[in-house]
Design a protein. Sequence first.
Length: 135
Amino acid sequence: MGSDEDYLTAEFELIARQEKVGEIIAEMQELLQDFNHQIPDLEFRLEVVARELMANAIKDGCQQKNDVVEIKLKGRPQKLTLTVKDPGEGFNCEITPLADIPTYAENGRGLAMVHHTADELKFNDRGNVITCCFY
């Protein structure tokens, strides 16, 4: 992990346990304190998105209790990128466009929330890696 005033780079490994999510969030928030950015409401938005993506990765992408979720943060003053990769089979994100999922829906509302909170979302072809950008 590294950070200076204008650039941020960090990598985390999350063992597939929900109680560890808060520790990673705390580390991310600590890194953001020294990061000189111009992104509106970044601390709040990153926490909302990161919590949801890590929870989904553990719930849907991890089959074993020791599976690892990989998390990467990369930032510069105008843009922060969060990437979350789980070891699972992934999912087909093209079946239902995220913009069409109501935030009160029983399934998918977390990803709908992420879609509305981040400025940009990208999935890999397999559907087990999601990258969110904040501007």
